[in-house]
Design a protein around this ligand. Structure first.
Ligand code: HEC
Length: 147
């Protein structure tokens, strides 16, 4: 009986910490860090940095839609980031719900002047995006002024 109680308590703890992890932007970002690195500086020519350009993109309506769709649908260039060309492929980050996409993007743009992403905003971009493949998402990348 006591063993069962301990097991139930432990299971409850594990579930609570998983729920916390699943919605925390920094935790979700760990899957991005495999390519973009923990500090978002990327690998030149292979994995673009998630720095100044992403923060600029988050300041415009077209840029915000592009950022959300990169995560939801993936992106397959040519795209230009930090003035450098990228012709790789980022796979769609399947399994992230709207709240998680908002959280990870807010983690990436933290410190930027842009307003935070909301789950409702992400839901709007997701709606109707099923027909977009990663190459179509690349064509949605708005140019960054001055680059
Ligand atoms: C398997 C490697 C990989 C993972 C994991 C990955 N990315 Fe990417 N990401 C890429 C590549 C490669 C590109 C550039 C694709 C190209 O060359 O067209 C890219 C491009 C981007 C861009 C476009 C940047 C710009 O300025 O246009 C954003 C934003 C981005 N990734 C965010 C994320 C986020 C957020 C995550 C985690 C939820 C993530 N990525 C996970 C490989 C990855």
């Amino acid at each position: 009986m006591r063993r069962l109680a301990i097991l139930v308590a432990l299971t409850g703890l594990a579930t609570a910490s998983q729920a916390m992890a699943a919605d925390d932007g920094a935790t979700i970002y760990k899957r991005c860090a495999a390519c973009h690195l923990a500090d978002g500086s990327g690998v030149p020519g292979a994995f673009p940095p998630l720095k100044a350009d992403v923060r600029s993109l988050a300041a415009t309506a077209a840029g915000r839609r592009y950022l959300a769709l990169v995560v939801i649908r993936g992106v397959s260039g040519p795209i230009t980031v930090g003035g450098k060309a990228y012709r790789g492929t980022m796979p769609a980050q399947a399994g992230l719900n709207d709240a998680q996409v908002a959280a990870v993007l807010n983690h990436v743009i933290r410190g930027a002047a842009a307003k935070p992403f909301t789950p409702r905003e992400i839901a709007g971009y997701r709606a109707g995006s099923a027909g977009l493949n990663s190459a179509a998402v690349a064509r949605l990348q708005p140019g960054i002024a001055g680059k």
